[in-house]
Design a protein around this ligand. Sequence first.
Ligand SMILES: Cc1ncc(COP(=O)(O)O)c(C=O)c1O
Ligand SMILES: [Zn+2]
Length: 414
Amino acid sequence: MSFVKGLECHLCGKEYPAQALWVCSECLGPLRVAYDYTAMRGVVTRQAIESRAHSIWRYQELLPVETPKTGFHSGFTPLVRADRLAKALGVAELYIKDDSVNHPTFSYKDRVVSVAATKAVEFGCEVFGCASTGNLANSVASHAARLGLRCMVFIPDDLEPSKVIGSSIYGPTVYAVDGNYDDVNRLCTQLADRYGWGFANINLRSYYAEGAKTMGFEIAEQLGWRFPKHVVSPVAGGTLLPRILRGFEEFQDLGLVSGDIPKIYAAQPEGSSPVVKAIQAGLEFPEPVRPNTIAKSLAIGNPADGFQVIAAIKRTGGAGVAVSDPEIVDAIELLAHTEGIFTEPAGGTTLAGAKKLIEQGVIPRDESLVVVITGNGYKTIDVMKDRVAASVPVGRGVKDFEAVMGHVPVSAGR
Ligand SMILES: Cc1ncc(COP(=O)(O)O)c(C=O)c1O
Ligand SMILES: [Zn+2]
């Protein structure tokens, strides 16, 4: 049973039927899904949720689909208590929300695409596509293959080779656009309008964004139905961060979790930080920038939901933080060395941002903190190739080994 009432404008409140619409015809504001929360009371309970499979669909009543179509186990990724990392950062209670192992394509995008792909099927879209900085294209291409949908993905032409192959392997048409993400997005907006195809993050965006709420639901559920004090999230287009907050608020409104809503912080690379700049300048809307960073998945200069990110941060009492490319690389290494988790530069950005906020005293050392790791380092290994120790060439015999092993003391029998 669906509890969706329709779509409503985020700015002026005008209501629309639940179709493939994304902007308000009155004020050009973004549309979001409206639910009948009153009818959900007593139906959406902790027990009902806990009895279901470990995927985003355990929160089905709070998602805008009739029946999930994808068959993938997206979501319910590990929330890891990260004590070794906590010690390195000097904090008491730290968790990693680890979407680097999300299913099927190892990034947070599998949450939003599972919902968008289901809507593409429900709406009978002839083509399923997206404008992407890499991870979204991977997920859209994979879901399209599983559902037998015709697929076109559009990316900037300077992406990491593994991210490109991570889309092409599923058999879509991959268009590498001569331009940056903002150029790609403009082209796709025109194509969505002209051909009526289903673009996950354009005309299906109101539904797509709902999938990101599950990050907030899971953090609260996995902490034992409570909120942490602080959450640090990466920001590019601005889908994820405000929906983490919406997830927390829906759980609070439904009486599933009590206590204060966490403070939420946005982390961006210095080379692409329009939202952080706007927060620091006291602006309500970000000024577009031209991105230049190793964190290619976060290289969006004109974020579609930038003002929603800024509003969410203000509402919770959070802040924005920008980090340099070397800080991103250091943080990727720190996470790998302390927790055995290999993330891509987006995750490095989030962790480096968290570290900075702790050092600045913005996040107190004795309060619980969740760092949202949204992507997998195996897709961007080039970024780390100069950072890791070279392998040691060795012959086949014990003597060969002992000749090169140096003077590192190793006790016998280990
Ligand atoms: C790994 C990863 N993390 C975070 C983001 C940013 O998320 P959002 O566009 O929702 O701000 C992206 C893509 O844009 C991404 O690929
Ligand atoms: Zn409006």
